[in-house]
Design a binder for this molecule. Sequence first.
Ligand code: C5P
Length: 310
Amino acid sequence: MTATSPRTAVTVRVPAKVNVQLAVGEVRPDGFHDLANVFLAVGLYDEVTATPADALRVTCEGPDAAQVPLDRTNLAARAAELLAARHGREPAVHLHIAKDIPVAGGMAGGSADAAAALVACDTLWGTGASRAELLALCAELGSDVPFSLLGGAALGTGRGERLRHLEVGGTFTWVFAAADGGLSTPAVYREFDRLTAGTDIPLPHAVPELLDALYTGDAVALAAHLENDLQPAALSLMPSLADTLAVGREAGALAALVSGSGPTTAFLVKDEESAGVVTEALRATGRCRTVRTATSPVPGATVLPRPAES
Ligand code: C5P
């Protein structure tokens, strides 16, 4: 097979994300909230493989596979349908998701699969969509999907879909603890609305000290400014998360927070050695489904070389 022959399978690797700042404003007339959302792509990955098929089909493997819908509600399936519709073709593709990102965990696993499916189908079908078109399609699919395409670090405004790339001056090490069970993102936002009802909600804005900490790669400074306005809502819906956060802090994490809408908890640590200590402490609680170490930032959705080329 030559490098120019049509592809019979395309695999795209796509990272999870953690929000180092998630400032949430008031609910808008369209039901979404204005955000200042500082995304960081972390090295936990799903892989989506697209192969030609008679009709759209989704399969999934991995520890959380049983919780992944395989019908048209799967965001990866919707991504394939959207790209096909825009280019006047049938979404005749088999999407296989090798899932390593916790499901319903606040790490944008579903969004990651959607971004990966778009890139995989675009490559398989030779659609030739521009980066700008892909980003626009991502924004139609969900607020976090454009960042999964972009990766690295970015400030998301609007409902989180308008992205500005951020430079990062170092590597940050994290421990992620997946809780038993998931939290639905809309439910967490509704709880945020309930908890903040009748209060003055400031306009969301990115904290300059936090952006500086990313730019200089200073983990201690980043730890001092980590912030998630959805955390009280996630803790209200799943109170046991507070104990998990405390265990990680006591084991030496520089900072601990709920990842996005949760219930995955994220622990920023100073190095691999500290990651090991925090991991052991979290595992010993018996409350965490899985505990994983990952570094950031990492690139967004990336087409993997064909097997013969690797
Ligand atoms: O955009 P996405 O489909 O990922 O959003 C899922 C849900 O999260 C929305 O239906 C909404 O309830 C909530 N959301 C929000 N404000 C945002 C992003 C998401 O209220 N900026």
